[in-house]
Design a protein around this ligand. Structure first.
Ligand SMILES: CC(=O)N[C@H]1[C@@H](OP(=O)(O)OP(=O)(O)OC[C@H]2O[C@@H](n3ccc(=O)[nH]c3=O)[C@H](O)[C@@H]2O)O[C@H](CO)[C@@H](O)[C@@H]1O
Ligand SMILES: C=C(OP(=O)(O)O)C(=O)O
Length: 430
């Protein structure tokens, strides 16, 4: 077993560089399927979701070349296969973007249902509604989603999303970039990664207007050709380190960020007594005094991100007074609460609401990451805790955080990766 061992209680000081955005990268890599030529993708985060998607493209027949640590050249010109391998795709949620991309490029796609973090059901009915409106037949059999454009090419149309869905907005954009005619997505999501996907596609020759607003228009073009594109910095990775400083105290310059994307997080930290200074492409986060309580409701962008909910909960556990979190996106995103309780947190959950009574401190414990951001929140709790925390199931964390141990060690955290060979052997035997 591989785990993180953290000796907590040390304030953080120094600088952290933020990597490219996971949730943009996992849509832009599938988007390369639409391009007839070489796409150079820069500022890719080195995380397991990215490695897996690049492997899937290779299995489909793409030529993928590593240029340097954060840059790859992807050439999908010669792909003829639209069936995605099951064992790879089911490990991640973002494999569903392969449906939109393959439909857009070939008019057909066979993709297993997606995996990803378990928040009590992750439906894709709005994605399918969009594909069907654009002239595709979609059905599920034999463990695969089978989608086929009736006339061999997707048809532009108007799609109204019943619910603001990031995944459906991006998937319909992918299916529409090479469609016949204009697609209009109404009630679209507005997250920074949606704008990034649109910018990537436009830089390859697509005609997408309005990304970042709730109406996106995509005029289908005949062909996308190659180019170079650099992925935006990761809003959630930056927010995670901001909350780490809030929980431990100290002062850290978080570099290579777009401060505008962080405003929803900054505003809440400031309410809690954390100082945040915005620079051009950095934020300086300082916490010297006590933390004060606040309430949080997660919402689609520009609301407070659901992907920051567990991390801010870790900070609220240490704030004076009672805080209330309302999870506005997912039915069940509080699976981490039992692990926090082992560390002394006082949290009551009722459906989508969590009520947190602040405590003086966390105490170190042996805990298990249950999903990506919950795992990051456990790291934050461990950094702030008195004593030693051991976090297992770190593969969840490594889906989305590049070099988290190195980055935190660089600002003074006592965190290391420990591999227990015997337990590894037992797991193999089992
Ligand atoms: C709105 C929101 O904050 N979305 C987050 C969500 O995107 P992700 O794309 O995973 O999720 P969606 O934005 O699609 O889901 C938002 C809500 O819509 C519902 N839904 C979604 C699709 C669908 O076809 N039918 C349906 O009912 C979901 O159950 C959920 O309640 O997780 C990503 C990774 O963690 C984040 O980057 C996104 O910011
Ligand atoms: C939940 C997340 O990832 P995924 O949707 O890929 O499971 C996330 O990025 O916070």
């Amino acid at each position: 077993m591989t785990k993180y061992v953290i000796h907590g209680g040390k304030p953080l000081y120094g600088e952290i560089d933020i990597s490219g955005a996971k949730n943009a990268a996992v849509a832009i890599i599938p988007a390369a399927l639409l391009v007839d030529g070489v796409c150079r993708i820069e500022n890719l985060p080195q995380i397991s979701d990215v490695t897996l998607l690049l492997r899937i493209l290779q299995e489909l027949g793409a030529d993928v070349r590593t240029v340097n640590r954060t840059t790859v050249d992807v050439d999908c010109s010669h792909i003829r296969n639209a069936r995605v391998p099951d064992e790879l795709a089911r490990k991640i949620r973002a494999s569903y973007y392969l449906i939109g991309a393959l439909l857009g490029r070939f008019g057909c796609a066979e993709v297993p249902p997606p995996g990803g973090c378990d928040f009590g059901g992750r439906p894709i009915d709005q994605h399918i509604k969009g594909f069907v409106a654009m002239g595709a037949n979609v059905d599920v059999h034999g463990g695969y989603i089978h989608a086929r454009a009736k006339n061999g090419r997707m048809q532009g149309t108007q799609v109204y999303l019943d619910i603001v869905s990031v995944g459906a907005t991006m998937n319909i954009m992918l299916a529409a970039a090479l469609a016949d005619g204009m697609t209009i997505i109404e009630n679209a999501a507005k997250e920074p990664h949606i704008v990034d996907l649109a910018n990537f596609l436009n830089s390859m020759g697509a005609e997408i207007m309005g990304a970042g607003t709730d109406v996106i228009k995509i005029r289908g073009v005949e062909r996308l050709s190659g180019g170079t594109y650099s992925i935006i910095p990761d809003q959630i990775e930056a927010g995670t380190y901001m909350t780490a400083v809030a929980a431990t105290g100290g002062e850290v310059l978080i570099k290579n960020v777009i401060p505008k994307h962080l405003e929803c997080i900054t505003a809440k930290l400031v309410e809690m007594g954390v100082e945040v200074e915005e620079r051009d492409d950095a934020v300086l986060v300082r916490r010297t005094g006590k933390l004060t309580r606040t309430n949080i409701k997660t919402l689609p962008y520009p609301g407070f991100p659901t992907d920051m909910q567990p991390q801010i909960a870790a900070v609220l556990c240490l704030a004076e007074g009672t805080s209330v979190i309302t999870e506005g996106v997912w039915d069940n995103r509080y699976r981490y609460v039992d692990e926090f309780r082992r560390m002394g947190a006082q949290i009551q959950v009722d459906g989508k609401i969590a009520v947190i009574e602040g405590v003086e401190k966390f105490t170190g414990a042996r805990i298990q990451a249950c999903d990506l951001r919950a795992g990051a929140a456990m790291v934050i709790a461990g950094l702030a805790a008195q004593g030693t925390t051991e976090i297992g199931c770190i593969r969840h964390i490594e889906r989305g955080y590049e070099d988290i141990v190195r980055k935190l060690s660089g600002v003074g955290a006592d965190i290391r990766v420990v591999v227990t060979p015997d337990e590894d052997k037992q797991a193999q035997v089992g």
